[in-house]
Design a protein around this ligand. Structure first.
Ligand SMILES: [Zn+2]
Length: 318
């Protein structure tokens, strides 16, 4: 699509696209917007708020997996249904319902605007993880701001160390079309020489936060399996670094993985976890992306591909 040169036209398009983003098809039709009103998921009934977020068979699958379960009631409108939720739901159930409505609308927009279908597991997991993060963020000590990091954290570039140690960088990737996720690891000596690189990918529809927690856990297990001494793990996920450092347990798959990471860190000797910026993690990022083609591969110094060699070298001269 070619962008309009006319500012008034551009503004009109922006307002209209925003309006389309937040309105159901029935609402759009009532404002004389020329659209088909059939629900984009079931194509059977007009897309009202009540249908899209509650009564469509697609939405029902999500509610059945929620704390509340599916509440049909006798509600004639979304407002009435919400009143029913507030009346019968626990505080956790009500909070999850709010988050699930938001995630359902997000999944609907992804389908309508990007032709991307989301799995039930992914939407429910994403709602719970986001809710966990929100609850954690309400506790002042957990705010993920750069201000709470130590001075040696948040590095923009990978750096050599004057102290003998092993630095492990790791990253994750989600391959939505293949319903897989992948992780990439690289262990280097303090002078930057490659000790080992590794790629792994598995089937599963997980949120990015869960994949980030998995990669920390796997990096810790990697250190443990090799019995490496003096290891620094460099992670580019501030959410995960902060979650591991706080003392709270979150009742979700993400929270349980964070608990595992915390206990591994506590029980392993001579290992620390620091936050680095994304650019300092570009070798691991490359490996994570490549894991889709190489689901379980270990790379030694003698069999580095030219592309990986270039990336490793670029880290040494920045
Ligand atoms: Zn429907």
């Amino acid at each position: 699509m070619v962008a309009s040169k006319d500012p008034a036209q551009s503004k009109k398009l922006t307002v209209e696209s925003q309006y389309r983003l937040y309105s159901t098809l029935v609402q759009l039709a009532s404002k004389q917007v020329n659209v088909q009103t059939a629900c984009p998921f079931c194509h059977e009934e007009p897309e009202t708020i009540m249908h899209g977020l509650v009564t469509c068979f697609f939405a029902k699958q999500y509610w059945r997996r929620s704390i509340l379960g599916f509440i049909s009631g006798q509600a004639a409108s979304f407002g009435e249904w919400l009143e029913e939720v507030f009346r019968v739901g626990s505080s956790e159930g009500i909070a999850e319902a709010g988050m699930l409505c938001w995630q359902l609308w997000k999944a609907r927009n992804e389908l309508v605007w990007q032709q991307q279908a989301s799995s039930v597991e992914r939407v429910v997991l994403s709602a719970r993880t986001t809710l966990d993060h929100w609850i954690s963020a309400q506790k002042e000590s957990l705010l993920p701001s750069l201000g709470v990091l130590s001075p040696n954290e948040g590095s923009e570039h990978w750096t050599k160390s004057s102290v003998i140690m092993i630095k492990i960088n790791f990253d994750g990737a989600i391959f939505e079309n293949e319903s897989r996720y992948g992780v990439g690891f690289v262990a280097r000596g303090h002078d930057g020489h490659l000790i080992e690189a590794k790629m792994k990918s598995n089937a599963g529809c997980l949120t990015s936060a869960v994949v980030e927690a998995i990669r920390v856990k796997e990096a810790l297990s990697w250190k443990k399996d090799h019995n490496w001494q003096q290891v620094v793990l460099e992670a580019d996920s501030l959410v995960v670094v902060q979650a591991i450092r706080n003392p709270y347990t979150m009742a979700s798959p993400f929270g349980l993985l964070i608990d595992d990471c915390r206990s591994l860190l506590f029980n392993l000797n001579h290992v620390s976890l620091v936050f680095v910026k994304r650019f300092a993690n570009k070798v691991a990022h490359f490996l994570a992306r490549a894991s889709c083609s190489y689901p379980n591969r270990s790379i030694q110094e003698t069999d580095i591909s030219p592309e990986l060699y270039t990336l490793l070298q670029s880290d040494l001269f920045e």
